[in-house]
Design a protein around this ligand. Structure first.
Ligand code: CU
Length: 172
């Protein structure tokens, strides 16, 4: 019960701090990620969190985008080193047809800062979904799923997303 109350308190805190972010006036150079982190369960029964670090998305080639990947135990976070992250940026929905973009480079672990660095290519402004597949250092899938949409094919679920995804609102 105590745990539930503290969880509720955390949720309330997160909700109120999110509202604060929304109240402030964005300009095009500020953070426009819709969700800045995602919590997910690994197939190894561990809890994980993937987060953006100081991210300011813009229309074009976003180089050196940093992600933090941690294991979460109670309220503690532990840096996850040398995992393999596959990233598939897409624009989901009927209008965009879940198209991808060219020039993306998967997030790669950097031992200097302990973060994962990626290049993300936004070929237009709008709502992008970053779909992830997380593999451990033995190349075994820990979480995430492929987007069910083959490029240039009729086989495409326009709303298909990975179970591990971050949403970004890219200014025009
Ligand atoms: Cu598009």
């Amino acid at each position: 019960m105590k745990k539930l109350i503290s969880l509720l308190a955390i949720a309330l805190f997160v909700m109120t701090s999110c509202e604060k972010v929304e109240e402030s006036n964005f300009d095009d150079n500020q953070l426009k990620a819709i969700n800045t982190s995602i919590d997910f369960d690994g197939k190894d029964n561990m809890k994980y969190r993937l987060s953006f670090i100081d991210y300011k998305p813009f229309n074009g080639l976003n180089k050196d985008v940093k992600f933090k990947l941690v294991k979460v135990e109670d309220t503690k976070e532990f840096t996850v080193k040398d995992y393999i992250i596959k990233m598939d940026p897409r624009m989901a929905g009927e209008e965009m047809g879940n198209h991808s973009s060219e020039g993306n480079i998967d997030p790669k672990y950097n031992k200097v800062d302990g973060l994962y660095h990626a290049t993300i290519s936004y070929s237009m402004g709008g709502n992008w979904t970053l779909n992830f597949i997380i593999k451990n250092n033995k190349n075994k899938i820990i979480a995430g799923s492929s987007v069910n949409c083959i490029h240039g094919s009729e086989v495409c679920d326009v709303n298909s997303k990975s179970t591990v995804a971050l949403e970004v609102d890219v200014p025009n």
